[in-house]
Design a protein around this ligand. Structure first.
Ligand code: GDP
Length: 337
């Protein structure tokens, strides 16, 4: 739905659909407009769009997998978009193509806070080698993650060799982003305790690098102090399956210092994990994770939608409350065990 500006009433936007090969050819020719249209198709909730979207994805699949997928998180205000702009510009200046996607847990209830406004990344948004896409909306975080994953594949097929997935570090969406990416970067600022930054220990444990932003001017000594503290904290975490030692570095997204170093860190990570096999193993695990997650969701959906099951569950709930059956036995009976 859009808004008819003159009449101030909602109007249905007519979505003209093309053939699957139109989208696939356009994406493979690296046409940004068609890539954008294809992502809109993926994000559509219309049943009739689903099949077409899947055809497009399947047509693109053989051309996917060739990017470095980077997750970036940190609490609002830490400097994510300023960093992504500086980092993205550095990458494109080195001849790379960069796509930025977002997972925004807040977008389910509101219009969303990240990337909703492209002007947050002015320079990158106008860079011919960058593609910025605001967060997909959806009813569930899992749904948003699925659409983001599918969009990521299309971006890879369109030749983007660095894909950045941004999320707000408030604890809901990091696991999803971790499961979509190869490298997970946590942005922090000095002078605020972990609690103040709302970063949970679990998120710190997920990070492949911690970057203390706004490390400049008067704040520099504090930033260095924070760097030491985080380095010490990391020593206490269990070793990573990737065998990677998590670096803690300083940067200033505003002054564009420490940005090139992040690119080198990610390259070292990729080299190390490609050699020790973790890189591919992790991607394989992610594929199976999404498959299992979706399958579980569908099985549950089918089970609860079945009207016989609904009746049976209602009766069992009554039986539990009137103390005729234990909740555990009732669960067994609900699935005929
Ligand atoms: P986000 O909410 O995490 O995306 O944060 P933003 O990128 O929107 O940045 C929040 C504020 O911090 C803005 O006013 C930025 O200009 C500022 N900021 C971002 N990076 C730096 C930095 O490296 N140094 C300083 N001094 N300010 C910064």
């Amino acid at each position: 739905m859009g808004l008819d500006r003159n009449l101030q009433r909602p109007v249905r936007l007519t979505l003209k659909r093309q053939s699957a090969s139109y989208y696939i050819d356009g994406i493979l020719k690296q046409d940004r407009v068609i890539l954008s249209q294809a992502i809109t198709l993926i994000e559509s909730t219309r049943k009739e769009d689903y099949q077409l979207a899947q055809e497009v994805i399947e047509g693109c699949l053989p051309h996917t997998g060739n990017s470095t997928r980077i997750g970036i998180t940190g609490v609002p205000g830490v400097g994510k978009s300023t960093f992504i702009e500086a980092f993205g510009k550095e990458l494109t200046s080195q001849g790379n193509k960069v796509a930025v996607l977002a997972i925004d847990p807040t977008s389910q209830s509101s219009r969303g806070s990240i990337l909703g406004d492209k002007t947050r990344m002015n320079e990158l948004a106008t860079d011919a080698n960058a593609f910025i896409r605001p967060s997909a909306s959806g009813n569930t975080l899992g749904g948003v993650a699925q659409k983001t994953q599918e969009s990521l594949l299309l971006c890879e097929a369109a030749g983007y060799n660095y894909i950045i997935i941004e999320t707000v570090g408030v604890g809901q969406s990091e696991t999803e982003v971790k499961n979509l990416t190869d490298f997970f970067l946590l942005l922090m600022i000095a002078g605020a305790g972990d609690e103040l930054q709302g970063i949970k220990r679990g998120i710190m444990e997920m990070a492949d690098a911690i970057l203390i932003n706004k490390a400049e001017g008067d704040i520099l000594p504090l930033a260095k102090q924070a760097q030491r503290a985080y380095k010490n904290a990391i020593h206490l975490f269990p070793p990573k399956d990737s065998d990677w030692i998590v670096p803690v570095e300083l940067c200033s997204a505003l002054n564009k210092t420490g940005i090139k170093e992040v690119i080198s860190i990610i390259e070292s990570y990729k080299n190390k994990t490609t050699i020790n096999g973790y890189f591919e193993e992790n991607r394989n695990k992610q594929q199976i994770h999404w498959f299992t997650k979706k399958l579980n969701e569908l099985i549950l959906q089918d089970f609860y939608n079945e009207s016989n099951n609904q009746d049976r569950i209602e009766k069992l709930k009554q039986a539990i409350l009137s103390k005729q059956i234990s909740p555990f036995d009732a669960a067994n009976k609900a699935i005929d065990r």
